[in-house]
Design a protein around this ligand. Structure first.
Ligand code: AMP
Length: 249
Protein backbone atom coordinates (compact mmCIF):
# COMPACT_ATOMS: atom_id res chain seq x y z
CA UNK A 1 0.00 0.00 0.00
CA UNK A 2 1.37 3.37 -1.06
CA UNK A 3 0.06 6.60 0.46
CA UNK A 4 0.37 10.00 -1.19
CA UNK A 5 -0.11 12.95 1.18
CA UNK A 6 -0.83 16.49 -0.01
CA UNK A 7 0.77 19.17 2.17
CA UNK A 8 0.18 22.89 1.67
CA UNK A 9 2.41 25.76 2.81
CA UNK A 10 0.30 28.40 4.55
CA UNK A 11 0.75 31.34 6.91
CA UNK A 12 1.40 29.88 10.38
CA UNK A 13 -1.81 29.70 12.42
CA UNK A 14 -0.27 31.78 15.25
CA UNK A 15 0.41 34.75 12.98
CA UNK A 16 -1.84 37.79 13.25
CA UNK A 17 -2.67 38.11 9.54
CA UNK A 18 -2.54 41.66 8.11
CA UNK A 19 -4.35 42.90 5.03
CA UNK A 20 -2.22 44.71 2.42
CA UNK A 21 -2.71 48.48 2.23
CA UNK A 22 -4.18 48.24 -1.29
CA UNK A 23 -6.70 45.53 -0.17
CA UNK A 24 -5.48 43.06 -2.82
CA UNK A 25 -4.60 40.30 -0.34
CA UNK A 26 -2.76 39.61 2.90
CA UNK A 27 0.85 40.38 3.76
CA UNK A 28 3.08 37.31 3.31
CA UNK A 29 6.53 38.97 3.19
CA UNK A 30 8.62 38.09 6.27
CA UNK A 31 5.70 36.17 7.74
CA UNK A 32 6.19 32.75 9.35
CA UNK A 33 4.89 29.98 7.11
CA UNK A 34 4.08 26.41 8.20
CA UNK A 35 2.35 23.26 7.04
CA UNK A 36 -1.44 23.60 6.92
CA UNK A 37 -2.43 22.07 10.32
CA UNK A 38 -4.74 19.23 9.14
CA UNK A 39 -2.06 18.24 6.61
CA UNK A 40 0.21 17.50 9.60
CA UNK A 41 -2.51 15.08 10.76
CA UNK A 42 -2.62 13.54 7.28
CA UNK A 43 1.15 12.93 7.27
CA UNK A 44 1.07 11.61 10.85
CA UNK A 45 -1.64 9.10 9.98
CA UNK A 46 0.15 7.90 6.85
CA UNK A 47 3.40 7.44 8.80
CA UNK A 48 1.57 5.58 11.59
CA UNK A 49 -0.02 3.25 9.03
CA UNK A 50 3.42 2.60 7.53
CA UNK A 51 4.89 1.96 11.00
CA UNK A 52 2.12 -0.57 11.67
CA UNK A 53 3.27 -2.49 8.58
CA UNK A 54 0.13 -1.75 6.55
CA UNK A 55 1.80 0.64 4.08
CA UNK A 56 5.10 0.40 2.28
CA UNK A 57 5.70 3.98 1.21
CA UNK A 58 4.59 7.50 2.13
CA UNK A 59 5.11 10.21 -0.49
CA UNK A 60 4.54 13.90 0.39
CA UNK A 61 3.53 16.32 -2.36
CA UNK A 62 3.22 20.09 -2.25
CA UNK A 63 2.16 22.46 -5.00
CA UNK A 64 3.50 25.97 -4.80
CA UNK A 65 6.51 28.22 -5.10
CA UNK A 66 10.10 27.02 -4.55
CA UNK A 67 9.77 27.68 -0.79
CA UNK A 68 7.07 25.00 -0.52
CA UNK A 69 10.05 22.64 -0.53
CA UNK A 70 10.38 23.44 3.21
CA UNK A 71 6.90 22.00 3.74
CA UNK A 72 7.83 18.80 1.89
CA UNK A 73 11.08 18.62 3.87
CA UNK A 74 9.14 18.85 7.14
CA UNK A 75 6.94 15.92 6.03
CA UNK A 76 10.14 13.96 5.32
CA UNK A 77 11.44 14.82 8.81
CA UNK A 78 8.39 13.25 10.46
CA UNK A 79 8.56 10.05 8.44
CA UNK A 80 7.56 10.45 4.78
CA UNK A 81 9.93 8.50 2.51
CA UNK A 82 10.24 10.92 -0.38
CA UNK A 83 8.76 14.14 -1.66
CA UNK A 84 7.46 15.85 -4.76
CA UNK A 85 7.32 19.60 -5.31
CA UNK A 86 5.11 20.81 -8.16
CA UNK A 87 6.44 24.29 -8.85
CA UNK A 88 3.99 27.08 -9.64
CA UNK A 89 4.05 30.86 -9.77
CA UNK A 90 1.81 32.23 -7.01
CA UNK A 91 -1.18 30.56 -5.40
CA UNK A 92 -3.57 28.32 -7.29
CA UNK A 93 -7.28 27.70 -6.79
CA UNK A 94 -8.49 24.28 -5.55
CA UNK A 95 -9.59 23.18 -9.05
CA UNK A 96 -6.11 23.79 -10.48
CA UNK A 97 -4.48 22.10 -7.45
CA UNK A 98 -6.72 19.04 -7.79
CA UNK A 99 -5.99 18.77 -11.53
CA UNK A 100 -2.24 18.86 -10.81
CA UNK A 101 -2.69 16.29 -8.02
CA UNK A 102 -4.63 14.11 -10.47
CA UNK A 103 -1.53 14.08 -12.74
CA UNK A 104 0.69 13.15 -9.77
CA UNK A 105 -1.72 10.35 -8.79
CA UNK A 106 -1.69 9.01 -12.36
CA UNK A 107 2.13 9.00 -12.27
CA UNK A 108 2.60 7.65 -8.72
CA UNK A 109 -0.38 5.26 -8.63
CA UNK A 110 -0.94 5.41 -4.84
CA UNK A 111 -3.61 3.31 -3.13
CA UNK A 112 -4.60 6.17 -0.87
CA UNK A 113 -4.39 9.96 -1.02
CA UNK A 114 -4.49 11.69 2.36
CA UNK A 115 -5.15 15.43 2.51
CA UNK A 116 -6.22 18.01 5.05
CA UNK A 117 -9.94 18.66 5.45
CA UNK A 118 -9.36 22.34 4.71
CA UNK A 119 -6.57 24.83 4.10
CA UNK A 120 -6.53 27.56 6.75
CA UNK A 121 -5.59 30.28 4.24
CA UNK A 122 -8.43 29.94 1.72
CA UNK A 123 -10.82 27.86 3.91
CA UNK A 124 -12.07 26.25 0.70
CA UNK A 125 -12.58 22.61 1.77
CA UNK A 126 -12.78 21.66 -1.93
CA UNK A 127 -9.52 20.13 -3.16
CA UNK A 128 -10.05 16.58 -1.84
CA UNK A 129 -13.62 16.45 -3.11
CA UNK A 130 -12.61 17.74 -6.56
CA UNK A 131 -9.71 15.28 -6.79
CA UNK A 132 -12.06 12.43 -5.91
CA UNK A 133 -14.43 13.54 -8.69
CA UNK A 134 -11.60 13.90 -11.25
CA UNK A 135 -10.24 10.41 -10.44
CA UNK A 136 -13.67 8.88 -9.93
CA UNK A 137 -12.42 7.46 -6.60
CA UNK A 138 -14.48 7.17 -3.40
CA UNK A 139 -13.84 9.80 -0.74
CA UNK A 140 -14.12 10.02 3.03
CA UNK A 141 -13.97 13.60 4.28
CA UNK A 142 -13.37 14.95 7.83
CA UNK A 143 -11.80 11.68 9.00
CA UNK A 144 -11.30 11.45 12.77
CA UNK A 145 -10.44 7.72 12.76
CA UNK A 146 -9.14 5.43 10.03
CA UNK A 147 -9.11 1.66 10.18
CA UNK A 148 -7.32 -0.06 7.30
CA UNK A 149 -8.94 -3.30 6.19
CA UNK A 150 -7.93 -5.65 3.39
CA UNK A 151 -9.06 -3.74 0.29
CA UNK A 152 -11.15 -1.14 2.05
CA UNK A 153 -11.06 1.48 4.78
CA UNK A 154 -13.36 2.12 7.70
CA UNK A 155 -13.46 5.86 8.33
CA UNK A 156 -15.14 7.68 11.19
CA UNK A 157 -16.19 11.17 10.15
CA UNK A 158 -16.86 14.27 12.26
CA UNK A 159 -20.27 15.53 11.15
CA UNK A 160 -22.74 18.03 12.67
CA UNK A 161 -24.85 15.27 14.25
CA UNK A 162 -21.86 13.50 15.80
CA UNK A 163 -19.72 10.69 14.41
CA UNK A 164 -20.50 8.75 11.23
CA UNK A 165 -18.62 5.58 10.24
CA UNK A 166 -18.42 4.61 6.58
CA UNK A 167 -16.57 1.95 4.63
CA UNK A 168 -14.99 2.80 1.27
CA UNK A 169 -12.98 0.79 -1.21
CA UNK A 170 -9.33 1.44 -2.03
CA UNK A 171 -8.09 3.42 -3.99
CA UNK A 172 -9.60 6.34 -2.13
CA UNK A 173 -9.21 9.94 -1.04
CA UNK A 174 -9.34 10.74 2.68
CA UNK A 175 -9.41 14.29 4.04
CA UNK A 176 -8.23 14.47 7.63
CA UNK A 177 -9.68 16.26 10.65
CA UNK A 178 -7.56 17.74 13.44
CA UNK A 179 -8.94 15.11 15.86
CA UNK A 180 -7.49 12.21 13.85
CA UNK A 181 -4.22 12.06 15.82
CA UNK A 182 -1.53 14.07 17.58
CA UNK A 183 1.16 14.99 15.02
CA UNK A 184 4.68 14.25 16.25
CA UNK A 185 7.50 16.77 16.39
CA UNK A 186 10.47 16.23 14.11
CA UNK A 187 13.54 15.24 16.14
CA UNK A 188 16.91 16.81 15.26
CA UNK A 189 18.37 13.52 13.94
CA UNK A 190 15.29 13.04 11.77
CA UNK A 191 15.54 16.62 10.45
CA UNK A 192 19.15 15.83 9.47
CA UNK A 193 18.14 12.51 7.88
CA UNK A 194 15.35 14.26 5.93
CA UNK A 195 17.95 16.40 4.19
CA UNK A 196 19.14 13.28 2.39
CA UNK A 197 15.69 12.10 1.32
CA UNK A 198 14.85 12.82 -2.34
CA UNK A 199 12.47 15.59 -3.45
CA UNK A 200 11.48 15.42 -7.11
CA UNK A 201 10.80 18.82 -8.64
CA UNK A 202 8.24 19.11 -11.42
CA UNK A 203 7.19 22.27 -13.22
CA UNK A 204 3.41 22.62 -13.16
CA UNK A 205 3.62 23.93 -16.74
CA UNK A 206 4.99 20.52 -17.85
CA UNK A 207 1.92 18.65 -16.61
CA UNK A 208 -0.40 19.94 -19.35
CA UNK A 209 -3.02 21.31 -16.96
CA UNK A 210 -5.04 24.51 -17.34
CA UNK A 211 -4.31 26.28 -14.04
CA UNK A 212 -5.89 29.62 -14.97
CA UNK A 213 -8.03 31.35 -12.32
CA UNK A 214 -11.79 30.94 -12.41
CA UNK A 215 -12.38 33.31 -9.51
CA UNK A 216 -11.76 37.04 -9.45
CA UNK A 217 -10.92 38.29 -5.97
CA UNK A 218 -12.27 41.82 -5.81
CA UNK A 219 -11.22 43.03 -2.36
CA UNK A 220 -9.77 41.78 0.93
CA UNK A 221 -10.69 43.57 4.15
CA UNK A 222 -9.96 43.21 7.85
CA UNK A 223 -12.97 42.01 9.87
CA UNK A 224 -14.59 44.86 11.85
CA UNK A 225 -12.81 45.49 15.15
CA UNK A 226 -14.64 44.17 18.22
CA UNK A 227 -15.96 46.91 20.45
CA UNK A 228 -14.58 47.00 23.98
CA UNK A 229 -16.71 45.19 26.56
CA UNK A 230 -18.00 46.56 29.88
CA UNK A 231 -17.87 45.22 33.42
CA UNK A 232 -21.09 44.91 35.41
CA UNK A 233 -21.18 44.94 39.20
CA UNK A 234 -23.96 42.37 39.74
CA UNK A 235 -26.05 39.69 38.07
CA UNK A 236 -29.09 41.94 38.41
CA UNK A 237 -27.33 44.68 36.45
CA UNK A 238 -26.29 42.14 33.78
CA UNK A 239 -29.89 40.93 33.38
CA UNK A 240 -31.16 44.51 33.24
CA UNK A 241 -28.62 45.42 30.51
CA UNK A 242 -29.34 42.26 28.48
CA UNK A 243 -33.06 43.09 28.68
CA UNK A 244 -33.07 46.84 28.13
CA UNK A 245 -29.87 47.61 26.20
CA UNK A 246 -28.89 44.51 24.25
CA UNK A 247 -32.58 43.46 24.05
CA UNK A 248 -31.67 39.79 23.89
CA UNK A 249 -33.88 38.65 26.78
P1 AMP B 1 -8.68 23.45 0.39
O1 AMP B 1 -9.62 22.76 -0.55
O2 AMP B 1 -7.95 24.60 -0.27
O3 AMP B 1 -9.35 23.87 1.68
O4 AMP B 1 -7.52 22.41 0.76
C1 AMP B 1 -7.80 21.11 1.26
C2 AMP B 1 -6.56 20.27 1.27
O5 AMP B 1 -6.04 20.13 -0.06
C3 AMP B 1 -5.37 20.82 2.06
O6 AMP B 1 -5.51 20.52 3.45
C4 AMP B 1 -4.19 20.08 1.42
O7 AMP B 1 -4.08 18.75 1.90
C5 AMP B 1 -4.63 20.01 -0.05
N1 AMP B 1 -4.05 21.16 -0.79
C6 AMP B 1 -4.67 22.31 -1.14
N2 AMP B 1 -3.81 23.12 -1.79
C7 AMP B 1 -2.61 22.47 -1.84
C8 AMP B 1 -1.31 22.77 -2.36
N3 AMP B 1 -1.06 23.93 -2.97
N4 AMP B 1 -0.34 21.84 -2.25
C9 AMP B 1 -0.59 20.66 -1.61
N5 AMP B 1 -1.78 20.32 -1.10
C10 AMP B 1 -2.78 21.20 -1.21
Amino acid sequence: MKILVAVKRVIDYNVQVRVKDDNTGVVTDNVKMSTNPPDDNAIEEAVKIKESGKATEVVAVSIGEEKAQETVRKALAVGADRGILVKTEGDLEPLAVSKLLQKIVEKEKPDLVFMGKQAIDDDCNQTGQMLSALLNWPQATFASKINIKDKSLEVTREIDEGLETIEINVPAIVTCDLRLNEPRYASLPNIMKAKKKPIEQINASDLGVDTSSRIEQTRVEEPPKRKAGIKVSSVAELVQKLKNEAKVL
